[in-house]
Structure formats: structure tokens, C-alpha cells
Design a protein around this ligand. Structure first.
Ligand SMILES: Nc1ncnc2c1ncn2[C@@H]1O[C@H](COP(=O)(O)OP(=O)(O)O)[C@@H](O)[C@H]1O
Ligand SMILES: [Mg+2]
Length: 259
């Protein structure tokens, strides 16, 4: 898509993010800038640190070093201990959509969607219900509002997961392989909802192995391996003329899995 406006406000800036688990250094000085309305696709081999990046942007993981600056001036410098107040403030700006199986099983679709707004944001229930219904309508799931998660297909569950994130009205939506747990025939309906969000101007960071999709929706593709950003660029150049050998090998393997 590549329509990022370079003068659009920065929603989130990460500089030099580092993170170790014990002796294993998982992130080594990751830099990332996400502007309003921009879609960033994070790709890379399993274990390269993509999930850890997303979790760090969302305050679920606390890096050991680096700085995160969020839109309106919230700055977290990880060389110092981070207070819970700052961590929760960070978490409040973004909403994460996980691989799958993240809905409350004993709550209906509608109850799942209004949980965050009513409990976290103290939105009055009537208001939250009205918002939730509107969002469910937009992804074609209004008639499922009283169903329980187990009564839905994996694709429908994942669309509810997306609606639940949207209901929080975050500045930034984070997706961690949103289709990788789905049967192949259900992938399309979820990707098309995400595409629709991109055209509506949502700001998003998406970890995905769906290269075709990344090419269509991303403004920037970021390729990670072994905890570093190896290469980044607009999809048109990134996919057709990657510069680094590591990138070429990765793309080759995904595009020609049987050699
Ligand atoms: N909580 C954790 N404790 C220990 N090691 C972890 C933890 N989370 C992730 N790792 C390790 O960090 C590395 C990067 O993981 P991850 O960010 O999940 O990569 P990706 O999402 O790219 O597959 C992997 O080697 C993984 O095993
Ligand atoms: Mg992962």
C-alpha cells in the first residue's frame, strides 16, 4: 500500500530495545518507528524475537535496555526500573490480537467484547454494548453476539478477538500471527478484516508469515533474525529486490518451501 505520510505524527518509537531471558539475548537494539495510519509487517524466522518485540511495545514484557516513546510524550527508558503506572499507561495505548483461543470461554461474544471497555475504561454498559454491536456488525458477526466462543468457527473467533481489541479504541493495534492457528480456508476472512482496518486508517504492527498479505497491506516490512532487524523497506522493494542474503534465503524458503 505504501501511503505513509512522513509528516504523520509518530504513534510509537522504539530505540535500541534489548531483552535477554537468562543468558539468551533475544532482542539486540531494535529500532522501530510507527506513524499514525501506518501498517508495519514484522516477519522473520521462528525464534527471531518478533513476539518479544510486540509484547514489549504493549508493556507485557519489560526490555532490559532502550527507550520507548509513545505519541503524546510518554517515555519509558528501560535503563531504569519502570513503574507499574508507566507500564500500564503503555499497555493502555495498544491492544493485542493473539494467535487464537484468547476469548473468555464462558462469556458470550458480546460479553467478551464489552469486558475491556467496561472493566478497564469504565465505559457505561449501555454505551459499551452499543459500540460493541456496531463493531460486530462491521465484521459481519452481529448475529453471533449471544453465542459462546465454542459455537463459532476459528475464523469467527478470531474476528471477535479483533473486535475486542478495537473496542478498546487503542492508538495502535498489535497482531501476533493472527491467522497461523487457523485452518487454511478460514485465513482469508480474517485477513480481509485486517485489510479493511488498514484502509480505515488504523495504525498496526502485524507479525505474519503471510507474505502476499504483508505485501498488500504493509507500508513497511521489517525483517528480523536472531534478535536484530536485518532489513526493512517498502514492500515493493523489499519483496522484489531484497538486499541481504539472509532476507533472500528467508523469502526463498517461504515462497518455495519444497526447494
Ligand atoms: N518468557 C521466555 N522465557 C525464556 N525464553 C523466551 C521467553 N519468551 C521467548 N523466549 C525465547 O526468545 C526467543 C525469541 O522468541 P519470540 O520472541 O517468541 O520469537 P518469534 O516470535 O520470532 O518466534 C526464542 O528463543 C524463545 O524461545
Ligand atoms: Mg512469535
Amino acid at each position: 500500500m505504501s501511503h505513509t505520510d512522513p509528516s504523520a505524527p509518530v504513534v510509537l518509537q522504539a530505540t535500541g530495545l534489548s531483552k535477554s531471558f537468562g543468558d539468551l539475548q533475544v532482542l539486540r537494539s531494535i529500532d522501530l518507528t510507527i506513524r499514525k495510519g501506518e501498517v508495519v509487517a514484522l516477519i522473520g524466522p521462528s525464534g527471531s524475537g518478533k513476539t518479544t518485540v510486540l509484547r514489549s511495545l504493549n508493556g507485557l514484557e519489560v526490555p532490559d535496555g532502550g527507550v520507548l516513546t509513545v505519541g503524546d510524550g510518554l517515555e519509558l527508558d528501560f535503563s531504569y526500573p519502570i513503574s507499574d503506572v508507566h507500564r500500564y499507561a503503555l499497555r493502555d495505548r495498544s491492544a493485542m490480537v493473539f494467535q487464537a483461543h484468547n476469548l473468555f470461554p464462558h462469556k458470550t461474544v458480546l460479553q467478551n467484547v464489552i469486558e475491556g471497555p467496561t472493566v478497564v475504561h469504565k465505559v457505561p454498559r449501555d454505551r459499551a454494548v452499543a459500540d460493541a454491536r456496531e463493531l460486530l456488525e462491521r465484521v459481519g458477526l452481529l448475529e453471533k453476539q449471544d453465542a459462546y466462543p465454542h459455537q463459532l468457527s476459528g475464523g469467527q473467533q478470531q474476528r471477535v478477538g479483533i473486535v475486542r481489541a478495537l473496542a478498546l479504541k487503542p492508538d495502535l493495534l498489535l497482531f501476533d500471527e493472527p491467522t497461523s492457528a487457523l485452518d487454511p480456508e478460514l485465513v482469508g476472512e480474517v485477513l480481509s478484516v485486517i485489510k479493511q482496518l488498514a484502509t480505515e486508517g488504523w495504525t498496526m504492527a502485524i507479525v505474519t508469515h503471510e507474505l502476499q498479505f504483508a505485501r498488500q497491506v504493509a507500508d513497511e516490512v521489517v525483517f528480523m533474525a536472531d534478535g536484530v532487524v536485518v532489513e526493512r523497506g517498502a514492500p515493493a522493494t523489499f519483496f522484489t529486490a531484497p538486499e541481504h542474503e539472509r532476507t533472500k534465503q528467508f523469502l526463498d524458503r517461504l515462497l518455495n518451501p519444497f526447494g
